[in-house]
Each structure stands twice: as C-alpha cells, then as structure tokens.
Ligand binder design. Structure first.
Ligand code: FES
Length: 106
C-alpha cells in the first residue's frame, strides 16, 4: 500500500484543545491541537464503538477521554491510560506546509 500526505485544514483554523474529524478513504480520523502541537489519530475508540470527537480533551494530560466508558488515550502514541480500553489508537504523522495541516495516511 502506498503512503500519501493529505491536507486536512488550514493550520490557523484550529484552537488549542479542539478536535476536528476527518475522513479519508474509509478511515475515520481526528486531528487535535494542544498548545502548539498537532496530533492525528483514529477517532473510533478501540474498546467498543464510540466517536472520540464527542469525548473530552484534557490539555494538561494531552489525552482524549472516550465518552462511552471513559478510557483516556494519549494523543502522542494513542496508548490508553485506563481500562476498559487496552488497544492503542493508531496515530499518524503530521506536518504543517503552506499554512495547512497535512497527515500521512498509510
Ligand atoms: S467505547 Fe471507548 S472506552 Fe468503551
């Protein structure tokens, strides 16, 4: 399978603590901005079926908490910090180019 950088949105359109959903090729992703850092992960919880963009961002911990059973996932590596989820979210590389956010889909 090939890899491609895909444009998500203008870099300036995201505020810190904000989550943006993004679909590409059947994948359901989200992009998060925490301070000046931008992260991209899958957005469907690895435990059951919940959309994490409906969850709660913790900017200090750099996590998103699932709205259904409250597992928190680190944006940086997708690793769940508490049960019931045990499987990490898939994460994606992010770059800023020409004032836009791109993520690498593989
Ligand atoms: S669906 Fe997310 S923790 Fe259960």
């Amino acid at each position: 399978m090939g890899e491609e950088w895909v444009r998500v949105c203008d870099a300036g359109s995201l505020s810190s603590g904000e989550l943006v959903e993004f679909d590409h090729g059947g994948k359901k992703l989200m992009v998060a901005k925490i301070g000046s850092d931008i992260y991209a992960t899958d957005r469907i919880c690895t435990h059951a079926y919940a959309d994490l963009t409906a969850g709660f961002v913790n900017e200090g911990e750099k996590t998103v908490t699932c709205p259904l059973h409250l597992s928190a996932f680190k944006f940086a590596d997708g690793v769940p910090q508490n049960p019931p989820a045990t499987i990490p979210l898939k994460t994606y590389k992010v770059k800023i180019q020409d004032n836009a956010i791109y993520i690498k889909i593989d």
